[in-house]
Design a binder for this molecule. Structure first.
Ligand SMILES: [Zn+2]
Length: 210
């Protein structure tokens, strides 16, 4: 039994609960859930446009039934997660059609040129991202404890893994644009949904040997 974050009613046999987060702290009761007709539709896992339309309809339903701000935020966060998953599915699908054997020969630099090569085309800004995973926070405190110590951390290793994974995603984005090299690579660290996420940015280019 739980309490609905929107209407405050207790959930139970007749009024089942729906969780909006994996921690199961944000609960919507069955009565409130039923007010969101579009929330109940299982969206196509590969159609972002359709999802965005559904997203708008759910916003209207929440306004219509005057859902409170806290609930709106929780539902939107839940929907954003689902949207991110669809984006990942679409990317995975695209990856099937590119030649990943070219990954290892892709030239990479934080600078803006390569010795002995000239850039013949700029294909645009690209990015790749990778989260450290939910276990990273326990590592984070361990890392903080070790901060002044000599031991290098579990966290440091996780960070390197995430950077490598973000770089792989970056190369895949470049390959998808038809590039063979990336210039101006840098890394940002942000927190998304409580997860530390590494984002690699760069510009995909085509280089030819001089
Ligand atoms: Zn309710």
């Amino acid at each position: 039994m739980a309490v609905c974050m929107n209407c405050g009613k207790k959930t139970g046999m007749r009024n089942p609960e729906y969780y909006l987060d994996s921690d199961m702290t944000q609960v919507l009761c069955g009565e409130c859930y039923k007010k969101l007709a579009h929330f109940q539709i299982k969206s196509d896992e590969n159609d972002i446009q359709k999802f965005d339309e559904t997203f708008k309809l759910i916003q209207m339903e929440m306004e219509e039934h005057t859902f409170n701000d806290e609930t709106k935020t929780a539902i939107n966060r839940y929907l954003q997660k689902r949207r991110a998953k669809i984006e990942r599915n679409i990317l995975d699908e695209k990856k099937k059609y590119i030649d990943l054997s070219n990954m290892n020969t892709h030239l990479l630099t934080t600078g803006y040129n390569f010795e002995g090569y000239e850039i013949s085309a700029y294909l645009g800004v690209i990015s790749g991202q990778s989260a450290l995973g939910s276990g990273a926070f326990s590592g984070w405190s361990a890392a903080a404890n070790n901060f002044l110590g000599t031991e290098s951390s579990y966290f440091g290793n996780r960070l390197i893994e995430a950077k490598e994974s973000a770089t792989r995603e970056l190369i895949i984005s470049s390959l998808m644009k038809g590039g063979n090299a990336i210039i101006g690579i840098d890394f940002d660290y942000i927190i998304i949904e409580g997860l530390i996420t590494v984002i690699a940015n760069g510009t995909s280019v085509i280089t030819t040997k001089k």
